[in-house]
Design a protein around this ligand. Sequence first.
Ligand SMILES: [Zn+2]
Length: 135
Amino acid sequence: MTRRSGSCLCGKSHFTLDDDQPTVAICHCTHCQKSTASAFSIVAISPREKFTVTGPLKKFADKGDSNLAVDRWFCAECGSPIWTEAEAMPGAAIVKAGCFDDTSWLKPTLQIYCDSRQNWAPLACDTANFAKAPG
Ligand SMILES: [Zn+2]
């Protein structure tokens, strides 16, 4: 089992993900754009029980573009987004992949909410691309 570790910017929040093959996705939704102050978020999606996190986390209870609950956890000390639980994906940990200590393994296989993609952001043709969410 591959254990991958990560942390926030200040280092007070830490996590590990024990998953050989998390699904790596790019989310272009407007809420990810706001919460990351960037064009999209890159996330690793795994079963919740494979994810362990410690630190001074704080939750923002959001509602996604889907109008379903999205709990966005971030480091209360430095504000780094760490992970998300989404009502649309019960039992999944959606980990902000830019916080992994080693990001060299990341290879997104799908892109979601392409409807709100920034028009300059590249849309790779080797990913499965969805206007909104799959299914
Ligand atoms: Zn922090």
